[in-house]
Design a protein around this ligand. Structure first.
Ligand code: BYC
Length: 346
């Protein structure tokens, strides 16, 4: 039930012959019109122009965007939980205010992204249904626990740092509403990354126990963060088409490498070690070499068997169920206002 990787079959009951809709052949005129639309779409993609919701687009392009935006939006929403757990335990008023703002931002990001998906014809209800039923994916990283206060800082530094690396190129994505949503999201992610790093700097200036706590958190998050960028390019089924359509601009492995190269000097300034004996500067490549990522652990987590998958989904479903009265009240209020304005017009 909790898997993030199920694809729903097209409704064929087990043991029964599949009923397939038979497509009516296109007339010559319709086929020519279709080809012209496809050509226009391809030209716009080649010219790096934006595709807008009212423009014609191939169904596969629409589907790919809905898939990616869905998993991105759900990541933001589920991503509120690991840090949200610490709001009531933040060590000072300042840290609590910062954390509250950050977690609210993540909720806001989810909402912009659900709206971007709505412009493609997929409703918020459909998206949420996919999440709550366990059919839709969200980022593997949010299935790891936040055991210590230092984990909150490390999420800001490393998880949001990885998110920025991955998401800045999406500001140039070919689909207008997604690209525009990403501009604001990236500005906020930048604040998130800085607050995390600043919190860790403060902890590293504290007691030996605080420094140990930061190192412990870094040790636990480093490898799952590297896996966040997705499978190696050679095992990434969606990359080639995503790149062709300008949805994806930089490959999973390239982004991972850029992240490692940017993070090593930051770790040095912070005074922590990164838990990888193979991590070293490669003079010839002018990049860091790093050790092997445990892809079995990644896929187990994506497929519902990470440390917190069940808890994350159960918490989300409970929050949605318990929030029903808020949605009912908002709808009742909107209906009242509509009735009042109709009365005023009459
Ligand atoms: N976790 O062919 P690939 C955040 C899936 S929000 C789970 O490379 P693609 C933040 C992938 O979906 C973080 N699944 O796919 C929030 C695909 O399965 P489907 C989220 C993953 O789409 C709050 C399959 O593996 N960011 O940072 O070309 C607080 C094969 O992969 C993961 C975004 O969503 C994963 N880590 O590339 C703090 C950004 N990786 O869909 C921080 C937008 C891969 O075929 N998304 N999979 O069933 C993307 O850029 C791309 O979708 C990905 C994957 C790079 C993630």
């Amino acid at each position: 039930m909790y898997t993030q990787s199920l694809d729903v079959p097209d409704g064929d009951a087990p043991g029964k012959p599949a009923l397939k809709a038979v497509a009516r052949p296109l007339s010559a005129a319709d086929a020519a019109a279709q080809a012209a639309l496809q050509t226009r779409f391809d030209e716009r993609i080649d010219a790096d122009a934006k595709i807008e919701p009212q423009d014609w687009m191939p169904e596969a392009y629409r589907k790919t965007l809905v898939r990616q935006i869905s998993q991105h939006a759900h990541s933001e929403i589920i991503g509120m939980q690991p840090e949200g757990n610490w709001i009531s335990r933040a060590p000072s008023l300042k840290r609590k205010a910062i954390l509250l703002a950050k977690v609210q931002d993540e909720g806001g990001h989810g909402l912009y992204l659900y709206s971007a998906a709505e412009t493609l014809g997929t409703s918020r209800e459909q998206m949420l249904d996919g999440l709550h039923s366990g059919r839709a994916k969200y980022s593997s990283i949010f299935n790891y626990p936040t055991l210590l206060w230092a984990d909150v800082g490390v999420i800001g530094w490393l998880v949001d740092g990885a998110a920025i690396m991955n998401q800045v190129p999406i500001c140039r994505c070919s689909f207008g509403p997604y690209a525009r949503a990403m501009i604001r999201i990236c500005k906020e992610e930048s604040f998130h990354q800085r607050q995390g790093y600043e919190s860790l700097l403060a902890q590293m200036k504290g007691t030996p126990a605080q420094r140990d706590m930061v190192q412990d958190a870094v040790n636990r998050w480093w490898w799952p963060v590297l896996a966040m960028f997705g499978p190696p390019d050679a095992d990434s089924p969606n990359s080639a088409q995503g790149m062709r359509w300008g949805i994806k601009r930089i490959s999973n492995d390239e982004l991972r490498q850029k992240f490692v190269d940017a993070t090593v000097p930051q770790a040095r300034v912070l005074g922590v070690t990164l838990p990888d004996p193979h991590l070293k500067w490669n003079e010839a490549r002018q990049q860091h070499d790093y050790g092997a990522i445990d892809w079995d652990e990644f896929w187990a987590t994506v497929n519902g068997n990470g440390p917190c998958n069940q808890e994350r989904l159960a918490t989300r479903v409970k929050a949605h169920t318990e929030g029903q009265w808020v949605r009912d009240a908002a709808l009742a209020h909107a209906a009242k206002q509509r009735a009042r304005s109709l009365k005023e017009v009459a």
